[in-house]
Design a protein around this ligand. Structure first.
Ligand SMILES: [Zn+2]
Length: 217
């Protein structure tokens, strides 16, 4: 590391090598590399955004659109190469040069101009970088303004009677729950709510079921 060139110089060389024009789209396998770029630009160049990248596409997302994976799980580059029957024997995974050659071959094999155009992001959009670096988190305070009280209404799973939120939720790990007796059918109900703050919305995970007391051990 001692004898290596400073980041600013390496980046300058890289930008020159790229010969960027208005049609240049930067690709990476998952957006992790773009995150690293943002971090380096912040810390080493004191620049907020990676200005030389005007258009960006996540190749992993694009390639995944051709594949069905379990739970939509992200796939590794070598696994993707295998699915498209690309020989990888001479390639060493996670070596930058070899990884980019595999990306190139995958891209050539799957390129459909119209489809691909949907995956190109304009990094000049005002919210592009805030969205990129945003980390979703679990809301742990029910008073959070993002939680619409209507989200806390639920229906009795036994008799389907509508129950109204009464604000007596208990906190459990990163969720909220209450145990309540249904006024109509008298069954006890346990309702669990978990709120996740994404960049654009709050996502609710809700579980409503009949309460069954665990037998004492
Ligand atoms: Zn009921």
């Amino acid at each position: 590391m001692k004898n290596s060139e400073p980041f600013s110089l390496v980046i300058e060389k890289f930008i020159n090598w790229c010969e960027i024009d208005e049609n240049t789209v930067f690709l990476s396998w998952s957006d992790t590399d773009l995150h690293v770029f943002v971090e380096n630009f912040n810390q080493l160049l004191n620049e907020e955004n990676v200005d030389f990248i005007k258009k960006y596409a996540d190749l992993q997302k694009y390639i995944m659109s051709f594949l069905k994976t379990e739970n939509n799980n992200q796939i590794s580059l070598s696994a993707a190469a295998e699915k498209f029957s690309l020989p990888t024997d001479n390639f060493e995974a996670h070596r930058a040069a070899d990884d980019s050659k595999i990306c190139e071959k995958l891209f050539q094999k799957t390129f459909e101009e119209n489809k691909f155009s949907n995956y190109i992001r304009n990094t000049q959009e005002p919210l592009f970088y805030s969205r990129l670096v945003f980390k979703p988190y679990i809301i742990t305070d029910l008073k959070n303004a993002k939680i619409d009280k209507k989200m806390l209404c639920y229906t009795c799973p036994v008799c389907k009677e509508k129950t109204i939120f009464e604000g007596k939720f208990n906190k459990k790990l990163k969720a909220f729950f209450e145990i309540k007796q249904c006024e109509k059918c008298k069954n006890k109900i346990v309702a669990t709510f978990r709120f996740k703050q994404n960049f654009d919305n709050v996502k609710l995970q809700k579980r409503i079921k009949k309460y069954i007391k665990k037998p004492a051990e």
